[in-house]
Design a protein around this ligand. Structure first.
Ligand code: PRX
Length: 636
C-alpha cells in the first residue's frame, strides 16, 4: 500500500518540514486522511502544555484494528502480516496472513468478551514473543479494552505494582516462555503476583512451553479451551468497537526518576497516525519488505514497530522469539537469510555484543536481501555504528539511528533511510512535524548550531503521551513543568554545525542498561528493602556492551555483617524488579557522601564509578568529606 505521505527526496523532506511548522494542522490532516475513520474529526488539534491537554483529531471515530486489518483484506488479504521465527531453529516458522490474523484477532476478541472484558477495562498481558501476544494486543484494541503489556523479564512484584496501579482485572499470559536455553515460568510468576491482587477476575493462559502450572478454578482458563467455546458459538465475527480518537489505546509502564514506574497513556487516533507515518518514512517502507524489529513487544519499540506501524502500512513484520546468540552468535543473520529480511531494526547493545564474536558468524550467510539497517534505544558509539554498517550492510546500506521514547509513541529524530544524510553517532534531523529545541539550565533556549543542552519539543505531535495513568499531575510535573510550554524529554543533546542532533544520554536519574530504561530510585528502593541495608545509592557507569552498567553503593547496618552477601541483595533486586535491574557492581561503603542538608552527592559517586577519581571537584563542603577517600579506595 503506497501512502501519499512518504517523503522520497531531500527536497520533499525540506518542503514537508516547512509545511509542518507553518501549518501543522493542515500537515497532519493530510496524513490522517489516509486512514479509515468511521467519522471524520471535527478539529485536528487542541492543546496546551500547561495542564497539559493534548487532543488530536477530536470528534473522530475509528478503531485502530480496522486500519491494521479489515482495511487490507480486499487488497492484501493473503500477504503475510506476521512471520514468526521460534526460539530454536528446529521448530517450524509460522506465517499469519492478514486474513488469518484478522480471523484470529476477532476470535480472541470474542474470548475476551466471553470472559467479561469490556471497553475501557485494563488488561495486563505478560507473555513471551509469540504471535498470540500480538493477537492479544489487537484483540484488546478491537473491543476497546486498554492493553498494558508487561515485559516478560519483570518480576511478580513489578506485575503486582502494575496491576494495582492500573486496577486491571484481567490477565493474559502463558504457561512458560522459551528464550535461549531458558524457560521462564510466566504463569508461576503471575501466580505470585496475584497473591496480592484479589481484584483480578480472570487469567487466560496460553499453552506454549508445556510446563506444569497451577490453574485456580473460576479464575484461570486455558486460551485453547476458550477458543473452542467461541468456535462452538458459531459466529466468527467480532465487530470493532467504535472509539473516540482520544480514547486510550494502551498503557505502557516506564521508569522515571522516582521509585515508581509510571503508566504512559497513548490514545487511538494520534498514535495510529504517528506510528504509520514514522514507520513508512524512517524505513522508507516498500510493499515487498520483510521488516524485522528485534525488540520485545513488552517495550514501546515492539508496540510501534512490530505491531502497529507495520500492520497499518500493510507490511510483513517478523516476530522473533529467540535471542541473537542462541544457539550461536550467527542466529540473527540466519533469520535474516532464511526470511529474506529487508529492514533490520535492532539495539546498539545487540550490535556491541555481536561485535565480540567477530566475523565468523557471518560466514556463509546471504544478507543480500537487506536494504535498511536501524538502531534504537540508546546512543550508538561510532565503532558499533561502523561495524554494523560494514558487516550487516556491506558498507553501502543506510543506517537509521532513531531517537524516541515510550512517551513519544514513535520516532521523533532520525535520518530517513537513503533520503536524508546519516552521520555516525547522530540521530540527525527531526521528522517533519517535530520541533526540537535545546535549553540551558536557566530555562533559556540555545539558538544556533554547535550547542549542547537539554532536549525539549516545543509543539505537539500526534503520537505523544496524553497522561500518566491515574495521575495526571505526575505527567505535568515530569514532562511539562521543567520548562514553560515545552515537553522535556529528560535527554541531553548536541546540535552540530549542520543542525544535526546527537543524543548524549539522560540528564535525570534514569539509566539505560542494554537499552532498558531503569530508574536509579527503583533499584535503590529494592536494595533498601533488604534486611540489614541502611541506605544505598545507585548510579550508572560506562559499560562496553550494555552501554551503561549499574553501580550500587550500599551502607550496611552492621558493617561486619558477614551474613549479608552480594548474592542476597541481588536476589532481592531480582525479586522486586527483575533480573534486568541487577547491579553489575556492588560496593559496601561506610557511608554515602552527603551535603550538609543530608542530600546524597550523586555527582561524586557517578565520577568514582566512572573511574574519574582525580577530578571530583570541591568536596570540602560535604558533611562527611572523609568518606570519599574510603569509597575511592574500595572502588570496584
Ligand atoms: O535516553 C534516550 C534513549 O532511550 C530513552 C527512551 O527509552 P524508552 O522509553 O525505553 O524507549 C526506548 C525505545 C524508543 C531516551 O530518553 N534513546 C532512545 N533512542 C535513542 C536513545 N538515545 C540515543 N540514541 C537513540 N537513537
Amino acid at each position: 500500500m503506497a501512502y501519499s505521505f512518504q517523503i522520497t527526496s531531500p527536497d520533499a523532506y525540506k518542503l514537508a518540514y516547512e509545511k509542518s511548522v507553518m501549518d501543522p494542522q493542515g500537515f497532519w490532516a493530510d496524513i490522517a486522511q489516509n486512514f479509515f475513520w468511521r467519522k471524520k474529526w471535527d478539529k485536528v488539534l487542541e492543546w496546551n502544555f500547561k495542564e497539559p491537554r493534548i487532543e488530536w483529531f477530536r470528534g473522530g471515530k475509528l478503531n485502530i484494528t480496522e486500519n491494521c486489518l479489515d482495511r487490507h483484506l480486499g487488497t492484501i488479504g493473503n500477504k503475510p502480516a506476521f512471520i514468526w521465527e521460534p526460539n530454536d531453529d528446529e521448530t517450524d516458522a509460522r506465517i499469519l496472513s492478514y486474513r488469518n490474523l484478522h480471523f484470529k484477532v476477532m476470535q480472541f476478541a470474542n474470548v475476551l468478551k466471553n470472559n467479561g472484558v469490556r471497553k475501557g477495562d485494563r488488561v495486563i498481558i505478560y507473555m513471551g514473543m509469540v504471535p498470540e501476544l500480538a493477537i492479544a494486543v489487537l484483540a484488546c484494541a478491537r473491543i476497546g479494552a486498554i492493553h498494558s503489556v508487561v515485559f516478560g523479564g519483570f518480576s511478580a512484584q513489578s506485575i503486582a505494582d502494575r496491576l494495582h496501579d492500573s486496577q486491571a482485572a484481567y490477565i493474559i499470559t502463558q504457561d512458560g516462555s522459551l528464550r535461549g536455553n531458558k524457560t521462564v515460568p510466566l504463569k508461576d510468576i503471575i501466580d505470585d503476583a496475584l497473591v496480592q491482587c484479589p481484584f483480578v477476575r480472570k487469567c487466560i493462559v496460553l499453552t506454549q512451553a508445556r510446563i506444569p502450572v497451577s490453574m485456580i478454578k473460576g479464575r484461570d482458563v486455558w486460551w485453547e479451551d476458550e477458543i473452542k467455546k467461541v468456535e462452538s458459538q458459531g459466529n466468527p465475527d467480532c465487530p470493532a468497537e467504535e472509539m473516540d480518537a482520544e480514547d486510550p489505546l494502551f498503557i505502557l509502564y516506564t521508569s522515571g526518576s522516582t521509585g515508581k514506574p509510571k503508566g504512559v497513556v497513548h490514545t487511538v487516533g494520534g498514535y495510529m497516525v504517528y506510528t504509520a507515518y514514522s514507520f513508512v518514512n524512517v524505513f522508507q517502507y516498500r510493499p515487498e519488505d520483510i521488516h524485522f524489529c528485534t525488540a520485545d513487544i513488552g517495550w514501546i519499540t515492539g508496540h510501534s514497530y512490530i505491531i502497529y506501524g507495520p500492520l497499518l502500512a500493510g507490511a510483513t513484520s517478523l516476530i522473533f522469539a529467540g535471542i541473537p546468540t542462541y544457539p550461536d552468535a550467527g542466529r540473527l543473520w540466519d533469520v535474516v537469510a532464511k526470511h529474506k529480511v529487508s529492514i533490520l531494526y535492532t539495539a546498539p547493545t545487540a550490535i556491541r555484543s555481536l561485535m565480540g564474536y567477530g566475523e565468523a558468524p557471518f560466514e556463509g550467510k546471504d544478507l543480500s536481501s537487506l536494504r535498511v539497517l536501524g538502531t534504537v534505544g540508546e546512543p550508538i558509539n561510532e565503532e558499533a555504528w561502523h561495524w554494523y554498517k560494514k558487516h550487516a550492510g556491506a558498507d553501502k546500506l543506510p543506517v537509521v539511528d532513531t531517537w524516541w521514547q515510550t512517551e513519544t509513541g514513535g520516532v521523533l529524530i532520525s535520518n530517513l533511510a537513503g533520503i536524508t544524510p546519516e552521520k555516525p553517532g547522530y540521530a540527525t534531523l527531526p521528522l517533519p512535524g517535530v520541533q526540537p529545541v535545546l535549553m540551558d539550565e536557566n530555562g533559556k533556549e540555545l539558538e544556533g548550531n554547535d550547542v549542547s543542552g537539554n532536549l525539549c519539543i516545543k509543539f505537539p505531535w500526534p503520537g505523544m503521551l496524553r497522561t500518566t495513568y491515574g495521575d495526571h499531575e505526575r505527567c505535568r510535573t515530569t514532562y511539562f513543568s521543567t520548562y514553560d510550554n515545552l515537553y522535556f524529554t529528560g535527554d541531553g543533546a548536541y546540535r552540530d554545525e549542520n543542525g544535526m542532533y546527537r543524543i548524549t544520554g539522560r540528564v535525570d536519574d534514569v539509566l539505560n542498561v542494554s537499552g532498558h530504561r531503569i530508574g536509579t530510585a527503583e533499584v535503590e528502593n529494592a536494595i533498601n528493602m533488604h534486611h540489614g541495608v541502611v541506605e544505598s545509592a545507585v548510579v550508572g557507569y560506562p559499560h562496553e556492551v550494555k552501554g551503561q552498567g549499574i553501580y550500587a553503593y550500599i551502607v550496611l547496618e552492621n558493617p561486619d555483617d558477614t551474613h549479608l552477601s552480594e548474592q542476597d541483595i541481588m536476589k532481592t533486586v531480582t525479586r522486586l524488579i527483575g533480573a534486568i535491574a541487577r547491579p553489575d557492581k556492588l560496593q559496601f561503603v561506610p557511608d554515602l557522601p552527603k551535603t550538609r542538608s543530608g542530600k546524597i552527592m550523586r555527582r561524586i559517586l557517578r565520577k568514582i564509578a566512572e573511574g574519574e577519581t582525580a577530578n571530583l571537584g570541591d568536596t570540602t563542603t560535604l558533611l562527611n568529606p572523609e568518606v570519599v577517600e574510603q569509597i575511592i579506595t574500595g572502588r570496584l
